[in-house]
Design a protein around this ligand. Structure first.
Ligand SMILES: Cc1cc2nc3c(=O)[nH]c(=O)nc-3n(C[C@H](O)[C@H](O)[C@H](O)COP(=O)(O)O)c2cc1C
Length: 245
């Protein structure tokens, strides 16, 4: 087991930050390291908006339902799936890009996620804390307007990075048996694994230093998937050029 494994297994999202802003050079180092991630056919369908304007950050925080880490983190980045650049590149060499393919949407979204996660690992290696912010998709049109995103670009998630001002416990993950299968998809082992995990999470939620609650993972997940979430996404994406053909 390498040092990097220990770092990765100690990941926890940080939602309280020291007030100092991150230097541009630190942000550049983190994003450049993220850029080195594998990328489908070397397409590099990622564009990162480093949001430094305090008013823009306030407005994005409002979109997220007032999540305070969006305004208090040392830096706030919006990771965008970007097929606009490939449109321009294609045109510049006299071609015409096909757009609206579901496969392109998957490729761009995966590219962004891999680059962002490597950036996260880089930031955490520097002792910084991070928190992904999917809640920017509560109102992706407002975020697109604020960031002047062109067609064929959508904001996948925000990312807070900064000096941690809290030291939360690591959140346990599912037993490996639920996640890692041999040769074919099986479910027999899941019932026990999930029951064990429910107990683990009940203990974790009941004893952690902040935000204690009494719930199980199963109950949380049932609540999460029992309602339609962000039903505007399909129409929003179609309008932005991600028609999912
Ligand atoms: C794509 C994505 C979006 C997320 N969005 C939010 C968010 O809007 N607000 C938040 O506080 N945490 C958000 N999170 C953090 C998750 O809640 C967190 O990763 C998960 O509960 C596991 O906890 P851990 O990261 O501390 O291990 C997001 C995570 C991911 C991967």
């Amino acid at each position: 087991v390498h040092e990097i494994h220990t770092q990765l297994r100690n990941h926890r999202s940080i939602r309280a930050y020291e007030p100092q802003p991150l230097d541009d050079s630190t942000v550049e180092e983190i994003v450049a390291t993220g850029q080195a991630a594998a990328t489908s056919s070397n397409l590099q369908a990622t564009t990162v908006i480093h949001v430094t304007n305090p008013e823009t950050r306030q407005r994005i925080a409002a979109v997220t339902g007032g999540q305070k880490q969006v305004t208090t983190a040392g830096a706030f980045l919006v990771w965008c799936a970007d097929l606009n650049r490939s449109h321009r590149v294609c045109e510049s060499v006299g071609g015409e890009m096909v757009s609206g393919m579901t496969e392109q949407f998957i490729i761009a979204t995966v590219d962004v996620s891999l680059a962002a996660q490597n950036a996260v690992v880089a930031a955490e290696a520097m002792g910084l804390g991070i928190c992904y912010i999917g809640a920017i998709r509560n109102d992706p049109q407002t975020v697109s307007d604020l960031l002047e995103l062109p067609q064929h670009v959508y904001p996948v998630f925000g990312l807070c990075i900064g000096v941690p001002a809290e030291d939360p416990e690591v959140k346990p993950r599912l037993p490996l048996a639920a996640v890692l299968k041999r040769d074919v998809y099986t479910t027999e082992e899941d019932e026990q694994a999930i029951a064990d995990y429910d107990r683990t999470m009940q203990d974790y939620y009941g004893s952690r230093s902040a935000n204690q609650k009494t719930t199980t993972w199963s109950a949380d997940i049932a609540r999460l998937v029992g309602g339609e979430r962000r039903p505007h996404m399909r129409e929003y994406l179609a309008e932005r050029g991600f028609e999912m053909r």
